[in-house]
Design a protein around this ligand. Structure first.
Ligand SMILES: [Fe+2]
Ligand SMILES: [Fe+2]
Length: 287
């Protein structure tokens, strides 16, 4: 049956933004654990994005995407956003002087090994688990803490994170929606969560340690321990958010839909409500 539906896709006017990386304050954020957390996130971004792009694009030629214009729209938008995030975070890492911290190679190896060792399906489930982790981190540590509006933070750096996290909020849904077309078992999701917790997160901890050592070489072990406790505290209240990854029906995008009111509410909070445009292409979707 052919139905005519509106594809509602979020298109940020900031999409290929022209960020200003000149003269960023050396100490762009006074709160040490937040500075370390977001710098580590920025360092992790290029390799993590490449992994999720590899895992999703492995299905590009598969009829599951090729023959589903709605899913293809989601995936194309997703890939375009991730490519841009990778590029901008490399620039930010350079502007912050962090590109000398050699952690990308550790992360790159871990994630390349996952691509090599996992089946296509398990690699995708792991990508979905990673995207859900990023979603939880953004919700619990960027939005709920009010960091997005902290006036003591250098606005040039904050702008990059606000832009990226606004787009990132939907990515868990794109990967979960693709996964749900292929497999709805707990087994695949459990394995994705296992890889995230036991393979990805340990490298993230090493990166946090290296960032601490880079900035505060004298007491970096003690500082890392204190900051990790502070960061972990944000997640205490968020167990239910993280656990939603295991609900098979959670945030699956229905054909013709793209976003949810709660995400648009969060975007408004972050300050992007005016930038969100609805691209209302009337498209033929084979239902
Ligand atoms: Fe991203
Ligand atoms: Fe993403």
């Amino acid at each position: 049956m052919n139905t005519t539906q509106e594809i509602r896709a979020i298109q940020f006017s900031s999409k290929k933004p022209d960020f200003d990386f000149d003269n960023i304050r050396d100490c762009w954020c006074d709160i040490r654990h937040m500075r370390v957390l977001w710098e580590a996130a920025s360092l992790i971004t290029p390799e993590a994005e490449k992994y999720v792009m590899r895992s999703v694009s492995a299905y590009n030629k598969d009829p599951i995407i090729k023959d589903n214009p709605w899913l293809k729209t989601l995936v194309d938008e997703f890939m375009e956003q991730e490519r841009e995030h990778t590029k901008i975070h490399k620039q930010l890492n350079k502007a912050l002087g962090m590109h000398h911290i050699d952690v990308e190679s550790k992360m790159a190896k871990t994630l390349r090994d996952l691509t090599k060792d996992l089946s296509k399906l398990d690699a995708l489930a792991t990508a979905a688990a990673l995207e859900h982790l990023f979603f939880s981190v953004i919700k619990l540590t960027f939005i709920d803490t009010g960091f997005y509006k902290d006036e003591t933070v250098d606005p040039k750096v904050l702008d990059v994170f606000r832009w990226h996290w606004c787009e990132e909020l939907e990515h868990h849904s794109v990967t979960l929606s693709l996964l749900a077309q292929l497999d709805t078992s707990y087994k695949a999701r459990m394995y994705g969560a296992y890889n995230t917790i036991f393979k990805f997160l340990p490298v993230c901890s090493q990166i946090i340690l290296e960032v601490e050592r880079f900035h505060y070489p004298k007491y970096y072990l003690l500082n890392t321990a204190i900051d990790m406790v502070k960061i972990s505290n944000y997640f205490r209240k968020g167990f239910d958010i993280s656990a939603k990854y295991f609900k098979p029906e959670y945030d699956i995008v229905q054909a013709g839909e793209w976003s949810w009111p709660y995400i648009e509410e969060w975007r408004k909070k972050i300050g992007y409500e005016e930038s969100v445009q609805v691209r209302s292409n009337i498209s033929e979707i084979k239902a």
